[in-house]
Design a protein around this ligand. Structure first.
Ligand code: PEP
Ligand code: MN
Length: 338
């Protein structure tokens, strides 16, 4: 249920609603809006009676939320969520570009990538220190050493750092170094990890599971918001279909559908989405045209030598070329680059 307060509701009136929710053994989520405050209620097993709230002072309306996903839905919060990552924005009108290597491999590699992507207009650096690899014999990432190198690259460039946390055991460590924690596709339904990042005050980039429906994707995000962490961005990174010519099928349908259902920013990952370097730019452009709020793109100073995902990583000059195109497409849909 959503309790919508009147535009001039006083703080004591808001507090009284929150207290009533607490007295019912339920959780309240204050959702500040431009005009008025709304309070989301979660934790109820059956439908709540609007009469519990709609006669309270300062309450404009108590509305049942029909979707199974509540806090992520536009029913509960109409306005777009903008993640504020130490002053750098993700979401809203401007399009944000996150770029960098699949894996952190060395100081030289990560610094070169960071400077390279920054020059072309990226505002976030991506790089995995803990890598979810299909084979246990493949490069698994540098671990904490990699996190330290990301922090070094942040210091050198001012870029904000996005990195994946794979396991709850590493969460505290990853959160210490990262500006945004990525939950990878394979962990999208790791509900205990979702609950743990829901308890953090750290922005989260949640990637869509390769076999997850849009509804399951939104429910996974709901786990994080219901824990009190509202700073979540969603990432469409391709799903598994019968197609074998491409690594995944980038589901660009998901972009407008997500944008209509949720207020959370939507990021497109064309690198994993198609998995083929020559075609990454086309899908990046398409993602922006489809309405994405951001792109996450794998860029490596020497893709041929990359320890992971080199076949889908752009070189720094290729990325620079793509950014010129992205700027044009963004302009065509009325959006600046962040
Ligand atoms: C990655 O970003 O390098 C990655 C492993 O992504 P995904 O979880 O989408 O496969
Ligand atoms: Mn990768």
């Amino acid at each position: 249920m959503l309790v919508v307060m009147k535009p001039h509701a006083t703080q004591p009136e808001i507090d009284a609603v929150v207290e009533k929710i607490r007295s019912l053994g339920l959780a309240s989520h204050a959702i500040p809006g431009a005009q008025r405050v709304a309070i989301g209620i979660t934790g109820n097993r059956g439908a709540l009676d609007p009469g519990l709230f709609d006669t309270m002072p300062g309450v404009a309306d108590a509305i049942r939320v029909s979707n199974p996903f509540k806090l992520v839905s536009r029913e509960v919060k109409e306005e777009d969520t903008v993640l504020d990552v130490g002053g750098v924005k993700l979401g809203g009108k401007a399009i944000t570009v996150i770029a960098g290597p699949c894996s952190v491999e060395s100081k030289e590699q990560v610094l070169e990538a960071a400077h390279g992507v920054k020059r072309s207009g990226a505002t976030f650096l991506r790089g995995g220190a803990f890598k979810p690899r299909t084979s246990p014999y493949e490069f698994q990432g540098m671990g904490e050493e990699g996190l330290k190198l990301l922090a070094l690259a942040r210091e050198a460039t001012g870029l904000k750092v996005v990195t994946e946390v794979m396991d709850a055991d590493d969460l505290a460590m990853c959160a210490e170094y990262a500006d945004v924690l990525q939950i990878g596709a394979r962990n999208m339904q790791n509900f205990s990890l979702l609950r743990k990042v829901g308890a953090l005050k750290k922005p989260i980039l949640l990637k869509r599971g390769p076999s997850a429906t849009i509804r399951e994707f939104l429910m996974a995000a709901e786990y994080i918001l219901s824990g009190g962490n509202y700073q979540v961005a969603l990432c469409e990174r391709g799903i598994r279909t019968f197609e074998t010519m491409t690594r995944n099928t980038l589901d660009l349908n998901a972009v407008p559908v997500l944008k209509s259902l949720t207020h959370l920013p939507v990021v497109v990952d064309p690198s994993h989405g198609i998995g083929l370097r020559p075609h990454v730019p086309a899908m990046a452009r398409a993602g922006v045209a489809a309405g994405a709020d951001g792109l996450i793109i794998e860029v490596h100073p020497c893709p041929e030598k990359a320890l992971s995902d080199g076949h889908q990583s752009l070189s720094i000059p290729e990325f620079a070329g793509l950014m010129e195109q992205v700027r044009i497409i963004a302009g065509a849909v009325g959006r600046p680059l962040a």
